[in-house]
Design a protein around this ligand. Structure first.
Ligand code: ARG
Length: 605
């Protein structure tokens, strides 16, 4: 695994600081940052000088002398041994050090160091990025659609963000347990089951129908059942009784419930397949799974005084959580009618995820409107010890999807947009982009490529904006060839492969460490070297958009390189081979980065 240059520099600068200052610097952060004046700068001298009450510029000068003795060799040889720069073994990646401003160090790397990084990454399927979380287990709760209902754009966001996080965390070496917390329980099932029992003819014909047929059947069932429930008091009464028989385990009721779950899953699976996300049936652990544990959780919280009865309901209160009227807002564990709700299920789920699934990190990819709910659930679970200290629980929240008018995303008629239709639209939109780029393609190929481009565009638009922000669903912008879009990245990747195909037959992609590099080559090599650090921040803060920005600026850096440094027509074989290595590593980095976001990048588009 390749250590990034920024890390190598951090070690070198820390060693030099320690050589000059002794123990005071041993654990200091040298604060290596990108620089406009050199390859990197180290800002860590200033705070250290302050700590030891020294002059920062003087300290910086002494550190520089240790880091690049060659620069200061003449000066050093004049002085006697005691005043000369301390010796310290460094990595040798530094070509020049310059003291700037009040005490910054501008660091320039050798071309050979850049070449060595490129060579090491290119030969490795992980591109030199080491996994950092082997042996740790993340349970991730995402997608979470509701049975007998259409998925909406909120579920789309949860699915897309969750899927990217699964891929990113697995790449980091974690064991990731996917949990699709389906909304498969609740009083509405009484009404649905009762209607289905009374109207058996309302089922779709044949066993082999599509997810789309399944969901339109369920939607109609929901609509009709609700209409009856509202207009027919006797039906409403039978529906309420049905809730009780269902909860009592009545076989007829359960069979109807199972049928609805199965039909819904048929639809969800279609959506997941179209989106190319990794959720499978085994990941579906719906709310109903926790039914057997709810009474136990409520009793436990009650016995230990964590939950108390208030106005007929079993509640948990928090000192710092109050409504607009100043009254405390409780988490309701058991409702006044004796039933358990959403909160009880989530508390039971925490226990299961910690005790049985052995999570040391639990992520909930759910929209930000549920922030208060999760705050209360986590706090309660901490008090009860269901969530021990070593286990992290995070509400990975996200904003809303808006229409181009800036209002919540709806159809022109003001209805919620059907997810399948939305994906169809994205693919239709992508057709024009694909045709524009490649007018000679057959209709079938256009269709196939439009699928890759259109689905990628929907995912990337979501993942490239900071997740806590709302984003505007604008298909024209999403499938544009210009700007920060997946299409731009997919074409950049395909173009790289077409460059590689144009190389004279048998050209090896081989690094030549003795070559002097052009500035554009250096910039590209440096950017490529930053993949690991980027992924580290992405997985630490669950922010896929930082990977998206990294890839976008990689593609731009590559464009600049390609304009300035001919590859096929390079001046010598060695330069051509060396540049081919940079081209290939850029392609591999784009492909891996997009794959970690759940987006495919074909070699040819
Ligand atoms: N099914 C819920 C909804 O559609 C989201 C569930 C979120 N996950 C959870 N563990 N509460 O809003």
């Amino acid at each position: 695994m390749a250590k990034a240059l920024s890390e190598i520099l951090a070690d070198d600068v820390r060693a030099a600081l320690t050589a000059v200052l002794g123990d005071a610097a041993r654990d200091a952060d040298p604060l290596i940052r990108p620089s406009d004046h050199a390859d990197f700068q180290a800002n860590g001298v200033l705070p250290l000088a302050k700590a030891v009450k020294g002059n920062p510029r003087e300290l910086a000068t002494r550190v520089a002398a240790v880091l690049a003795p060659a620069d200061t060799a003449a000066a050093a040889s004049d002085a006697d041994g005691a005043d000369g720069p301390a010796t310290v073994s460094t990595s040798g990646v530094i070509a020049a050090v310059e003291v700037a401003g009040p005490g910054f160090l501008n660091l320039t790397l050798t071309d050979a160091a850049l070449a060595a990084q490129t060579a090491e990454r290119l030969g490795d399927p992980r591109l030199g990025v080491a996994p950092t979380a082997v042996g740790q287990t993340t349970v991730i709760d995402y997608s979470q659609p509701n049975i007998a209902k259409e998925m909406h754009v909120g579920h789309l966001r949860s699915t897309v963000i969750g899927d990217a996080l699964v891929r990113l965390l697995e790449f980091d070496g974690r064991t990731v347990v996917r949990q699709n917390h389906l909304g498969d329980w609740g009083t509405q099932f009484g009404m649905l089951i009762q209607f289905l029992v009374e109207h058996p003819e309302a089922r779709p014909a044949g066993a082999e129908h599509s997810g789309e047929v399944a969901i339109s059947w369920l939607t109609a069932l929901y609509r009709d059942a609700r209409a009856h429930f509202e207009s027919d008091a006797e039906f409403a009464d039978r529906a309420r009784k049905r809730v009780v028989t269902l909860q009592g385990g009545d076989e007829e009721s359960l069979a109807a419930w199972r049928e609805m779950v199965a039909e819904s899953k048929r639809y969800f699976e279609d959506v997941y397949a179209r989106l190319d996300v990794r959720l499978i049936d085994a990941d579906a652990v719906g709310e109903s799974f926790y039914n057997p544990y709810l009474a136990e959780v409520a009793a436990d919280l009650e016995e230990r005084g964590i939950a108390v009865w208030s106005e007929g309901a079993l509640c948990v209160f928090f000192d710092d959580i109050k409504g607009p009227d100043g009254d405390p807002v409780p988490l309701m564990v058991r409702k006044s009618d004796g039933g358990f709700g959403y909160a009880a299920t989530d508390l039971a789920a925490v226990r299961y995820r910690v005790n049985t699934l052995k999570a040391d990190q639990i992520l909930y990819v759910v929209d930000s409107r549920q922030a208060l709910h999760f705050r209360m659930v986590f706090e309660t679970a901490r008090r009860a010890g269901y969530l021990p200290e070593g286990v992290e629980a995070v509400h990975v929240q996200f904003g809303s999807v808006l229409g181009t008018d800036g209002k919540p995303f709806k159809t022109r008629a003001g209805k919620t947009v059907r997810l399948i239709e939305l994906l169809d639209n994205a693919v239709d939109h992508a057709v024009a982009t694909v045709e524009e780029k490649n007018p000679d393609l057959s209709a079938a190929d256009v269709r196939a490529e439009a699928k890759v481009v259109g689905i990628g565009a929907v995912k990337y638009a979501d993942l490239s904006t900071s997740r806590t922000k709302d984003y505007i669903f604008d298909l024209d912008r999403m499938v544009s060839l210009h700007g920060n879009t997946s299409v731009y990245l997919q074409y950049a990747h395909a173009r790289i492969h077409s460059i590689l195909r144009k190389l004279p037959a048998g050209t090896p992609t081989q690094v030549h460490p003795e070559l002097a590099l052009e500035p554009a080559e250096r910039r590209l090599a440096l950017h490529l070297d930053d993949l690991g650090a980027t992924l580290a921040t992405v997985t630490e803060n669950f922010e896929p958009h930082r990977l998206a920005s990294y890839l976008y600026s990689l593609a731009q850096t590559f464009s600049d390189f390609y304009e300035n440094c001919p590859v096929v027509k390079a001046p010598t074989d060695a330069v051509r081979e060396n540049r081919a290595a940079l081209v290939r590593l850029t392609g591999d980095t784009l492909k891996l980065g997009l794959a970690l976001l759940g987006i495919s990048a074909p070699d040819q588009l």
